[in-house]
Design a protein around this ligand. Sequence first.
Ligand SMILES: [Zn+2]
Length: 905
Amino acid sequence: MGWCLALFALAVLQLSSGAGDYQLPADVTPSHYDVKLAYDLDPATNYSYFGVVDIMLVANKPTSKIVLHAQDYSIVNEKIALKGQNHQYRVMGVHLNDTYNFLTLDLDRPLKEDSIYKLTVPFYGNLQIGLDGVYISSYVNKKSKKTEYLIATQFEATSARKGFPCFDEPIYKSTFSINIGHNKQFTAVSNMPLEASSNENSLEDYWPWEVMRKSFKKDSSDFVWDQFEKSVPMSTYLVAFVVSSFSYVDSPRELSKAKFKIWARDDAIDQTEYAATIGPKVLTYFEKFFDVPFPLPKQDMFAIPDFSAGAMENWGLITYRETALLYDKDQSSFVNKERVAEVIAHELAHQWFGNLVTMKWWSDLWLNEGFATFMASVGTDEVEPSWSARQSHAVSNAMTVLTLDSLESSHPVSVAIDNPSRISEIFDAISYLKGAALIRMMTMFLGEDVFRQALHNYLIKYSYKNAEQDDLWAELTRATQQHGGLTRNVTVKQVMDTWTKQTGYPILTVSRDYGDQSLTISQKRYLSLGTGSTLSSWWVPLSVLCQGEPEPQTVQWLADDEGVDQEYRYEHGAAPDQWLIFNYDMIAPYRVNYDERNWKLLTAGLRRDSGTVPVLARVQLLLATYLQNESEYLPLSTGLGALSKIGHVLKRSPHYGAYQKYVRKLIRKAYEKVGGLAVKEIVNGDDLNSVKLQVLMSDAACAAKLPGAEENAIELFQEWMNYPPGPALDGVLRGREAWVGARVALRPGAPAPRQLGRRARPPAASTSLLAGRLDTVSRSGGRTLRQFWQPSPRRRSATILNHGRRLGTIIKILLDQFTTQKDLDERTPSTWRRLGCQCHKAWRRRASTSRGSSGTRRWSSPSCGSTLRKSSVYSARYHRGQTHPQFHFVKSFRLHGQSNLNDKT
Ligand SMILES: [Zn+2]
């Protein structure tokens, strides 16, 4: 399932171990469900519905109790029936447990072991407008201006029980035959293809029409009953159906064996073309990648107007939030297209990993989600090779993990879940992104061929069954033993347990001996606050690159008992005047700190020619001072992302001006090189990374107030607002591209915001995207603060003190960047004049009165509110030769990754 980042969940995830009374007793096992449902999709009759489920069961032991799940509907106790092969049982008592939604049936005699039974439970209720179970969604039809309604489902993790009584745990795989009665004007779609439609009430035996008519207030001739084919064996959380008046487009038939249809409301059906093309392509590629065919004859994909997650991988019927499936080539941004491809590939990967082979219990959720998140990059890379998706996903996943998992409040990816109500808490960044980083790590230390072979074996062995992480480790180890892969005598389980069962990740401290080409390594858990200690240690794959060496060394290992109590010694190939770098290919989520001389060698090397250090290494280094020589998107994005965290902290301080000036110095070259906003067009519009770079630099230029950037942004935005809609200018300023301009224009006092809606063309159009981006910006700031201030109240005062010191250091070093007063006084009256500020005279007057005074100096522009202030304690005392605080400054940059807060799946 997709998720919206739930940061608070990290802080409250304190799961205790329990006795297992939250799970169903394994006394009986379901093998097949006949689910018959009749819905009246009519607000006037309060969306009433009737249902009956026949469940075929096998008794695993003699028992006179059957326990299953049921929630949110009425059950007619006297209508519940249980039939043996030649005996009708009597149900003596029916109990519903509100905590775990257990429906317990007391029988008049015990079931016989290994015998087959049919349990029948009729029920009825009213659907609610909501986001889980079977729920009502709505939208306004643009043509008729009327509100239209649809029925959608979201059963993961524990809401299938809201749809019908069932054994609602992933371990209970069954086949399903689904029959849906609905108003004739709608179309019903389910996991499997439609088998037959009938005008006869299929629930007649339990709910005669005269009973239903009292609720529906309609004739049976207004309804149709759709029977869907029997499904493959699957878990309840993957069952799905949609009843709607949506339209669909067919994918080109030659792209996949399975028939693909993309469904959306009529107003948005013209935005389905991209999904219709890449969906079947990705599915076909995954069949090849896993060497396991997709078992269903069709794949429907629905854009649902109200949807809680990003998307849900229901087998054969994937449901999406509209913005995760629809793409309008005239109005959506490139970043939106990237998101659509990523989510589609993620959900299609689940068709194998999650649907075909399913976790035994939710504690292995990370394996499902981590795997699908990793495969999203593989699938996207296949259909959009120019995007370098494998590289960019690896960076964004790992950098987010490095930030979140450095908090003491983080949690292991493999986490015990002893209360089903808390399952939703682990649909978080750690499960998805650290999971993906760890899967990628395995592909790298085992080699992709060995990894794929083992994966194939695993998927075949556990098809239509359940497995847990140890089962995958066993297959991977077996493949390794046959084909090689691990360079140390260790099993995949031994390595992976240190990464999946422990919170956090290590920081390696590398100290070179410049006399004999050796170095020592020590490892300990990295905590962003640098406080506390843990006994954790890891099996760390070491990928090392030495300057001048044509080939990197093969992966070596630091075992979980090495570098812990004493430093561990290695030899390397770098000469004393050459740098070496660890984790140059980002093989695993860990940080590295070097001795000062190696840092200096690296910095000097990067300043000379940044291209000599691989991109994935530059991304992690976050050496602020070399950024002015950087021209690639990923390192600039992570570097500026880390800097912006400091910007957030300084924003309300008088030193923010100095920070902005420092950033201006770093970005000026890259901004001018990519064209920035002055060129008034997206320079290389077909190249995703080029577009992202131009947007990144334009945004940074506006934030840092690079002369002319804001003015250009406002100008472009105004042009966009004033011109009639058209591809040319929309191409320049659509979606996220518009955000740069709009971000400026939306500041208090600017005239634009109310006009925004006029150009909106939901759902993929600029306004919704813009809102999303602005939301991201605000949440990003919020997260930075949450991370900055330790969540635990008892540690807060220590934290404030700690960060107060760090903040002081940062400010001091920022001001060190400017050697003279003149250097700092960049905004002269002529600058204000150029920027159109009418208050330069006032500015000049104020500046002249403060000149020569002691204490804090302050210059401000009264009408535009810009302020530049500098405490005299930092006046030109320092000069460039003094470097002592700079080391800490750079170090703090190195140790903080970029945040990535996009909604993910
Ligand atoms: Zn997922």
